[in-house]
Structure formats: structure tokens, C-alpha cells
Design a protein around this ligand. Structure first.
Ligand code: FEO
Length: 392
């Protein structure tokens, strides 16, 4: 794709990666992604904001073929999907200075072997003049690594946010036109890479609230011409209370745990609790992560195998512990053949979750009448807990 004009002497550059289906060899990308770089030509100086994934560096260099001078390359974030083509850019513009945080400087030297002499580290709040345009650098750690910052083009009131506010979407639309579609993609993205750092992200949102932002230009997905749409969504995901929702990831071997799940889901619904049910044999882990953003309760359904939880359930619980959702309650349901330590094993896997563990329901073999009653009671207890907290 060719460079695209956003404003006078401000251009989108980069690549739309229509085919990518996995990020970090982990995160499903059902809609592909993009790596957005931006070029700003001030009256005196020219700056390139971020670059692209190294696999797409040829496209960026083609977009730069008629750009004779770049004075600065801003690296908001050291991860290679944005920084990976900086060495190529420096080959063409060897005198360009790489502007970044001191922490990112060290990471870029380690990850990309960029020489120390190429760097110009900046402090939080520093500005550079491009002549008639001014770029301010704002430290925003943990969106998504510890070294991250954003930059604000003061005259045009554009926030260049890199991963912050991003969404994995491949599209030829430069600007957000379908907010519903972007909401889903941005929430999935938040769940997978931002949720563990929620508290710090809340502080970053607070920090940005003093800026009058007319447009947000992230480095994945589309540009937000109505920034309050994504800022409000982030406020809700980060600061809002959990919802009256149970996330129910489960796996069943011979059908007993599945029968328990079916009964339990009906009981929850009868008690006015929303349910998001995921069969771990087939589920999209990104969708499950999204549902963790605002669910008040997680209930894991697992049979006992090799004296512990099914590995799919263990994987799911490991992921939930790493993502640190704002969940308040957790329980386990499932069937076993002769015994085991399923609940103990799972309980040791969740040190990061600040949850109250509700009485698990484990049954031997096929669920009995008493087991079904225990599931009904668990659903009722969850409903009561949600009501006490006014979760809606
Ligand atoms: Fe888009 Fe954390 O890289």
C-alpha cells in the first residue's frame, strides 16, 4: 500500500498484514493486523514515528523512496513489530537520531543491535521542534512493555499511541468507520496484552486526560477520529466494576463434566446471571481472554485426569492467572473416576488472582441428584454474591 495523507505533511505509512493469524506464537488474530508508522514533515525537521515488523520492511522502504531526509525516528516501543525495521531505515538515513526512552534504548541495543551513537533518549514531557510542529513525549509504561511512551503532536492535537489503544485489524479503511467491529478487536487486544497492567494503564489514562486529543493514531489497526470512543472503552475495561457474568471454560472426557456444565448454566441463567461458556477443545483463546475483561466470576469445568485437572483446564487457568482479570469469585466443577487433587492443583496456580474461592462441586462418575443440587446451590450462591456487589 502507498503512504496515505492524514493531514498536511502528516502521512500514514506501514503495512497491512492481512494473512497473519497468530501473534507472539500465541495470540489468535482472526482479522489480521497492521503495523502503522507515521511520517511528519515539519518546516525544519522530518520525523518517522515507529517502523514495521521486519517481515514488512520492504513496503516501508518503498513508501520512503522519495523522502530525502529523516532527522528523527521515534521508537515508542521496542517490540519488533514496531521497531524491527528501524535498522533498515537507519541504513538509508544514517544521521537520523532514534528518539526513545532510556529503557527502550537499552532494549533496542539488545534486540536490534542499533549502535549507541544513534540514540537520543528523551525524558517524560520533553519536546522536539520540527519547525512549525512540536512533538511532545509522554511516558506511558506497560502499554505494553515497561519502556513504552506515546507522543503528542501539539499543533494538530494528534496522539500517536503505538500499542496503546491498538486493535488487530487488517483493513483498507484508514479511519475507524465501524466502531462495533473495532470495539471487539480492541477489547480482544486489551485482554491479551494490556489487562495484566491494568492499574498502571489507569494512571496512564489519567495522565492523558489533561490533553485535548482530536485524533488517536495507534500502531495497530485504524486511526480514531473520535478518540473518546476508545478512551471511554479503556476506562470501562480498566476502571469499571466487573459484570454479572460467569465465564465457564470447560473440557469433558466422557460427558459427565459436560452434563454438569449444562445443568449449571441453566441454573445460573435461572438466577439471572449471564454466562459465557467455552469448550476448551474448540475455543478461541482470544475470545476467552476477552470475556475475562469484565466477568465477576470464573468457574472452571474439568474432569480429573492423571490425578489432576485436564491439561486444557490447567492451560486456561495458567492464562487467567497471567492476565490478572478483575474477577472476584472462582470455583471448579467436574467429575472424577477414583480420586485426585484437581482443586488443590488449580488453587496453587492462581496466586495473581484476588478471588474468593466458592465451594467446588466435584462428583464421582456421572452426576447424581445430590450433585445436581450442589450445582444449583453454587449457581444460587454466585447470583447472591453478584447481587451483594451490585454487579449488573
Ligand atoms: Fe505491537 Fe507490543 O507490540
Amino acid at each position: 500500500m502507498n503512504a496515505r495523507k492524514i493531514r498536511d505533511r502528516i502521512y500514514w505509512m506501514g503495512s497491512v498484514d492481512w494473512d497473519r493469524r497468530l501473534f507472539d506464537s500465541l495470540i489468535p488474530l482472526p482479522d489480521g493486523t497492521s503495523y502503522n508508522a507515521y511520517l511528519i514533515q515539519g518546516s525544519d525537521k522530518t520525523v518517522l514515528l515507529d517502523s514495521v515488523d521486519p517481515s514488512m520492511s520492504g513496503e516501508l522502504m518503498t513508501q520512503l523512496k522519495d523522502v530525502s531526509q529523516i532527522d528523527y525516528i521515534v521508537s515508542h516501543h521496542a517490540e519488533q513489530d514496531h521497531s524491527g525495521a528501524i535498522p533498515k531505515v537507519l541504513e538509508k538515513y544514517p544521521d537520523a537520531k532514534v528518539i526513545t526512552t532510556p529503557k527502550a534504548k537499552g532494549m533496542l541495543m539488545d534486540l536490534l543491535k542499533i549502535p549507541e551513537k544513534s540514540f537520543m533518549p528523551v525524558q517524560d514531557g520533553d519536546t522536539i521542534s520540527l519547525g512549525d510542529k512540536t512533538l511532545r513525549f509522554i511516558y506511558t509504561p506497560w502499554v505494553h512493555w515497561p519502556e513504552t511512551m506515546v507522543s503528542f503532536l501539539e499543533e494538530d492535537k494528534i496522539l500517536f499511541s503505538c500499542d496503546f489503544f491498538g486493535a488487530h485489524i487488517a483493513t483498507s479503511d484508514l479511519y475507524v468507520t465501524d466502531e462495533g467491529r473495532v470495539y471487539e478487536a480492541a477489547k480482544r487486544y486489551f485482554a491479551e496484552i494490556m489487562m495484566p497492567f491494568r492499574k498502571i494503564i489507569g494512571k496512564n489514562l489519567e495522565k492523558l486526560s489533561s490533553y485535548e486529543i482530536n485524533m488517536i493514531a495507534p500502531s495497530h489497526g485504524q486511526i480514531y477520529p473520535r478518540p473518546e470512543f476508545i478512551i471511554d472503552a479503556y476506562r470501562d475495561w480498566v476502571l469499571g466494576p466487573p459484570r454479572n457474568t460467569v465465564v465457564l471454560p470447560y473440557v469433558s472426557m466422557h460427558g459427565s463434566t459436560e452434563q454438569m456444565v449444562e445443568h449449571f448454566v441453566s441454573a445460573l441463567v435461572d438466577n439471572g446471571v449471564r454466562v459465557e461458556q467455552f469448550n476448551l477443545e474448540v475455543t478461541d483463546i482470544g475470545k476467552l481472554a476477552m470475556s475475562l475483561v469484565d466477568a465477576a466470576t470464573i468457574v472452571v469445568g474439568t474432569p480429573t485426569i492423571l490425578a489432576g485437572p485436564h491439561p486444557y483446564a490447567a492451560y486456561c487457568v495458567f492464562l487467567a492467572n497471567a492476565l490478572k482479570p478483575k474477577t472476584k469469585f472462582l470455583s471448579v466443577i467436574g467429575s472424577y473416576g477414583w480420586g485426585g487433587r484437581t482443586v488443590d492443583v488449580l488453587a496453587k496456580m492462581i496466586p495473581n488472582l484476588k478471588v474468593e474461592v466458592l465451594q467446588p462441586v466435584l462428583c464421582k462418575g456421572v452426576p447424581s441428584k445430590d450433585d445436581y443440587q450442589a450445582l444449583t446451590d453454587l449457581a444460587s450462591a454466585i447470583s447472591q454474591k453478584h447481587k451483594e456487589h451490585d454487579f449488573v
